[in-house]
Design a binder for this molecule. Structure first.
Ligand code: ADP
Length: 303
């Protein structure tokens, strides 16, 4: 099984002709509530590929919390250890998108912001026999660090998606990470120079190796993926697809990568699975709604 420790959000998405300026009130076209959060997206991505998936995190004691739990459960994600935090509202992202696809996003972490070492205690029950622990940066860093440490000591592979971009975190965290999976922007934040092609990605990987990460996987969007393990480095071009909306493509990539590793595939093939899952997610709009199931990924890979 795969464990995901991270954020669970409700995205509140408003469509509007233009984005309001300060003090302005506008009439928009439409409104939707859509389950999101990088943690929950990655959990659904793994579960859709038929790998047993455990989500650990927190929602609030409100209607959104119940909806978020049931949407994870519908995707067959084990939510036994998602805590309903009575003191908080569920994490929300208030998103306005205009006619030019420009957006304004306000994320209020709510229950996600309360995740701490007690959640790591619940997570630790699931470590025996786990193939991987997936982490991102939408819950407090001390909790991320404690979970990475517990997994590392239990011999469970830690896969860190360092998103949203941070420029600094403890070198201790790097030392527990088996695979780090930044996109180009996140990689640039980590290393302090711009990363946009295989050669700059290789330079970034060298820096990250020096900080103690075992394997560096840099997602370069429609270009492809660069990977550097302790033994080899290689670049895998992206699949050619008609991209409609790349929201959650990165989460889909991480889901595909982890699912393949959980089945024992070597890193190169696991990256191909990640790239296929990411590319398929880019062909559909939405976050969790765009994540492909196993049959779709297998059919895509066999063409
Ligand atoms: P993020 O969503 O985190 O910004 P990327 O945009 O790099 O990350 O997307 C993650 C992965 O999804 C890419 O490495 C690639 O495999 C796949 N992907 C994303 N966009 C496209 C695209 N336009 N065409 C093909 N594959 C894509």
């Amino acid at each position: 099984h795969v464990i995901i420790f991270g954020s669970i959000n409700m995205d509140l998405v408003a469509r509007t002709p233009t984005l309001p300026v300060p003090g302005e009130t506008l009439l928009g076209y439409s409104f939707a509530t859509v389950p999101g959060g990088k943690g929950a997206n990655q959990a659904v991505a793994v579960a859709r590929l038929n790998i047993p998936t455990v989500m650990v995190g927190r929602v609030g004691s409100d209607g959104f919390g119940q909806e978020l739990l049931s949407s994870l459960q519908t995707a067959s994600v084990d939510t036994t250890d998602v805590l309903v935090d009575d003191s908080q509202h569920s994490g929300v992202a208030m998103i306005a998108v205009d006619d030019h696809s420009e957006n304004h996003i306000i994320v209020i972490p709510g229950a996600n912001g309360q995740v701490d070492a007690t959640d790591v205690d619940r997570l630790s029950r699931h470590l025996p026999g786990a193939a991987a622990l997936l982490l991102q940066f939408e819950i407090p860093l001390p909790a991320v660090l404690a979970a990475a440490k517990a997994a590392h000591h239990a011999g469970v592979r830690v896969i860190l998606d360092p998103a949203p971009a941070l420029s600094d975190f403890s070198t201790e965290l790097y030392s527990y990470v088996s695979i780090i999976t930044p996109n180009a922007i996140e990689a640039a934040h980590l290393v302090g120079f711009s990363v946009d092609d295989p050669s700059t990605a290789a330079q970034a990987a060298t820096v990250l190796h020096q900080r103690g990460v075992e394997t560096v996987v840099i997602k370069l969007g429609a270009k492809g993926v660069f990977c550097a393990t302790p033994e080899e480095s290689f670049f895998i071009p992206a699949f050619h697809v008609k991209a409609v909306d790349t929201v959650a493509a990165g989460d889909a990539f991480n889901g595909g990568l982890s699912a393949a590793l959980a089945e024992g595939l070597p890193i190169r093939q696991a990256i191909t699975w990640g790239a296929a899952t990411g590319a398929l997610a880019a062909t559909k709009s939405g976050a969790q709604s765009s994540l492909p199931d196993r049959a779709t990924v297998e059919a895509f890979l066999s063409t």
